[in-house]
Design a protein around this ligand. Structure first.
Ligand SMILES: Cc1cc2nc3c(=O)[nH]c(=O)nc-3n(C[C@H](O)[C@H](O)[C@H](O)COP(=O)(O)OP(=O)(O)OC[C@H]3O[C@@H](n4cnc5c(N)ncnc54)[C@H](O)[C@@H]3O)c2cc1C
Length: 425
């Protein structure tokens, strides 16, 4: 029986595995985590609306009815093309066909040391780290008696005006203006300053300009200071150095959050070195129209790790549709079926700003405000994996909607300090 090995249990890997459920092949799915993570809702964990278990599901449980499938939790280190084996920490897994969907990680544009001061939002560990830092900042401000140091605790700098930065800024504004407004005695949390920095001349640069303008307006109404054409030059644990054209300027702030850039998982380099795959400037793999790499019909690359002139990268739907397409190709090959090239069906993009507030592009339709927010909520519930998660998230959202409460705003300490330390990549 043909051995299919899927690397990564994110959107691409999971949907490929599901689509191969009844096929006469043996599938092994490998991920360093034992769960599938619904990344689009990570910011809700980071801002205390949802708990980790609400947006993740154990891979074994999601795939338990796939009797032709075997799940392994391990770190993928290398791929050996001669022996057709995937190299894990202390094991090797043979394959006939490989589906690589290991996604991307954060990119600090050559300043990897910034990762310790400015956590991003790609993993559950990072979301919890961001949550610790946000709620710890309010706690420190409560203990601070001097106004200037207190301001530095109540100033939040978010780097990157894409969907993640916009979501974080909107949620932080709601936390400070509503959620914790009555919780502290020594300051008014509504005085918290939220700065959203974007290098380009508008927020959400991949969206149409009218929606960028509406998103900016909605954030400014919530009290966020939007700074476009502004670059982060340097940072420490108490200061961000920014430049908006007039030279560097120090902004005292303890909480800096990163939503600015991504680079490919290290499997991109592995595919370049071992299979001669071509990479783009952030290490993503250039694929053929059928999502294989040139000269290697046995290796498919899908999701955020893949790039081609025919499809975009960095959205869950591309990974999902890529996984389903590859499964269909694998099923069709023994019958000699020639498949059409992969064509991404764009179902639209939605960025959420806050309660009743989002922007959406669905085909030629541009929506803002409540209708976009409603579609966002329905779509996210629909794509969440697992009935329990859908139900719990619906109940949490309904409760937060009525009360503005965010019940998951706990700070976890593990070293006697304020935070468990630098986030895992
Ligand atoms: C904060 C955030 C918000 C987002 N919001 C949206 C949104 O609203 N709408 C939208 O369409 N998209 C959104 N996205 C993008 C979307 O989540 C991605 O496009 C999608 O997850 C890509 O799927 P993938 O399978 O390529 O990679 P991933 O989902 O990232 O999965 C990669 C998997 O590979 C595993 N892995 C990686 N390297 C290794 C290794 N060496 N060993 C073992 N395992 C490994 C990881 O653990 C992970 O499970 C968002 C992403 C983030 C981070």
């Amino acid at each position: 029986m043909q051995r299919i090995v899927i690397l990564g249990g994110g959107f691409g890997g999971l949907y490929a595995a599901k689509a191969l459920r009844r096929s006469p092949v043996h599938v092994t799915l490998i991920d360093r985590r034992n769960y599938h993570l619904f990344q689009p809702l990570l910011y809700q964990v980071a801002t205390g609306s949802l708990s980790p278990g609400d947006i993740a599901g154990p891979l074994r449980s999601i795939l338990k009815t796939s009797t032709n499938l075997h799940v392994l939790m391990d770190e993928i280190l290398d791929i050996d093309p001669e022996r057709k084996e995937v190299v894990l920490t202390d094991d090797r897994v043979p394959y006939d066909t490989l589906i690589v969907s290991t996604g991307t990680r954060h990119h600090y544009f050559g300043h990897e040391e910034w990762a310790a001061n400015a956590p991003g939002l790609k993993s559950m560990e990072q979301a919890l780290e961001v949550r610790n830092r946000i709620f710890n900042a309010f706690e420190q401000a409560e203990k601070e008696h001097d106004p200037e140091p207190r301001k530095a605790w109540l100033r939040f700098v978010i780097v990157g005006g894409g969907p993640t930065g916009v979501e974080l800024a909107g949620a932080l504004a709601e936390i400070s203006r509503k959620t914790v407004r009555e919780d502290f005695r020594n300051f008014d949390s509504a005085d918290a300053e939220i700065l959203l920095l974007e290098g380009q001349d508008r927020l959400l640069p991949t969206y149409p300009p009218d929606l960028s303008a509406k998103a900016r307006h909605a954030l400014e109404r919530l009290g966020v200071k939007v700074m476009v054409e502004t670059f982060l030059k340097d940072m420490s644990d108490r200061c961000a150095v920014i430049d908006f054209g007039d030279g560097p300027m120090d902004i005292p702030a303890h909480t800096i959050l990163w939503g600015a850039g991504v680079k490919a998982s290290h499997l991109g380099e592995v595919l370049q070195t071992n299979f001669g795959a071509a990479l783009d400037n952030v290490g993503r793999v250039q694929v053929q129209p059928d999502l294989t790499i040139a000269g290697h019909p046995e290796v498919f690359v899908i999701g955020d790790l893949a790039i081609s002139p025919n499809h975009v990268s960095g959205v869950a739907q591309v990974a999902i549709q890529g996984g389903q397409y590859v499964a269909k190709t694998i099923r069709g090959r023994p019958k000699g079926k020639a498949l059409r090239p992969f064509r991404y069906r764009d179902k639209g993009n939605i960025a959420v700003i806050g309660r009743n507030s989002a922007v959406a592009q669905i085909g030629k339709l541009h929506l803002a405000g409540w209708p976009a927010w409603f579609i966002w909520a329905v779509v996210h519930i629909a794509y969440l994996i697992g009935f329990d998660n859908k139900l719990v998230v619906m109940v949490h959202w309904a409760w937060s909607y009525l009360t503005f409460n965010r019940s998951a705003r706990l700070i976890y300490l593990d070293r006697g300090g304020a935070s468990p330390g630098p986030p895992a990549q």
